[in-house]
Design a protein around this ligand. Structure first.
Ligand code: C2E
Ligand code: CA
Ligand code: CA
Ligand code: CA
Length: 276
């Protein structure tokens, strides 16, 4: 497919100078977008390979209506560098609870997974904020999952562990995101109050053609399941890969094979047509 560059779309490029005029403008635009609810959440379904049912959705940030598109990971990086990640994640959480209520109204009792930045785990009042929110939305208890990457937690392992434990007691299941993409410490991972591991897309992409990747993924699935985690494979783009993962005993898949992330109304339409 035609790349954004070929279509003449100029993506914002982060500069080395964090105080450049462009960047300051962008930061204030992001702050404004956040205050005006101009950011959006798209949702990508997660399917069980055991039952074929859709069990949840992951919410992913988007910034529509911008002349110069910005990739989600760049939005997040910018937010992390400027302190905006604190209000941004809180906005994502509140929006997700509202989205889950709307899903329930339409007869879809799905879990919602949210990506949490390591910076959030370092906010002293983050657990209290989450606890208050979950207490006032009790019907969503256990159904809002926090995705954290192993690499991110290694910046401050002890504190991250403490925070995740306290969140877990407030009814927040934890999922280890991008597993296998960085340096993992298994002795650390096993202490985490996690119930799910998501195998990184880089290990999934070439599963059908690379025998080595199959060995790594099979070993990862077996090990994680032996430790009591459910295993999700992310970035599944074709049926051959999904079939392999099913044979390997993988619990769930996510990826373009099902659908790319969708805005709420399109997700409802997709679910209605998904033969559930
Ligand atoms: P992630 O958490 O690993 O999310 C998965 C990314 O892979 C998403 O990119 C998704 O659109 C993409 N993806 C899903 N299925 C496929 C597939 O089959 N093939 C390919 N090639 N890609 C697939 P997206 O939405 O651009 O987000 C990128 C990253 O930005 C996320 O990676 C996450 O780290 C971060 N992010 C996005 N939204 C949020 C948020 O609300 N908060 C935080 N803290 N981070 C976020
Ligand atoms: Ca994720
Ligand atoms: Ca991931
Ligand atoms: Ca990723």
């Amino acid at each position: 497919s035609e790349s954004a560059r070929e279509r003449g779309i100029a993506y914002y490029k982060p500069t080395r100078d964090s105080y450049s005029a462009d960047r300051l403008t962008l930061v204030s635009e992001l702050r404004e977008a956040l205050n005006n609810d101009d950011l959006a959440l798209f949702m990508q379904p997660k399917q069980s390979l055991k039952t074929d049912r859709i069990v949840g959705v992951e919410v992913l940030i988007r910034w529509p209506g911008r002349a110069t598109p910005i990739r989600p990971d760049e939005i997040i990086q910018l937010a992390e560098q400027t302190g905006l990640i604190k209000p941004l994640t809180r906005w994502v959480l509140e929006q997700s609870l509202a989205l889950r209520s709307r899903l329930l109204e339409h007869g879809w009792p799905l879990n919602i997974s949210i990506n949490i930045s390591p910076n959030n785990l370092r906010e002293p009042d983050f657990p209290i904020f989450v606890q208050r929110l979950m207490n006032s939305h009790y019907s969503h208890r256990g159904s809002i999952i926090f995705e954290v990457t192993e690499t991110s937690m290694m910046q401050d392992p002890e504190n991250s562990l403490k925070t995740l434990n306290s969140l877990n007691t407030t009814g927040i299941p934890v999922s280890i995101d991008d597993f296998g993409s960085g340096y993992s410490s298994l002795s650390y991972i096993k202490q985490l109050p996690a119930s799910e591991v998501k195998i990184d897309r880089s290990l999934v992409t070439d599963l059908a053609t690379e025998a080595e990747d199959r060995v790594i993924v099979q070993t990862t699935i077996d090990m994680c399941q032996s430790l009591g985690y459910h295993v999700v494979a992310e970035g599944v783009e074709d049926q051959a890969t999904a079939d392999l993962l099913r044979d390997m005993g993988c619990d769930m898949i996510q990826g373009y094979l099902l659908t790319p992330p969708l805005p709420f109304d399109e997700l409802l339409e997709w679910l209605a047509n998904s033969d559930q």
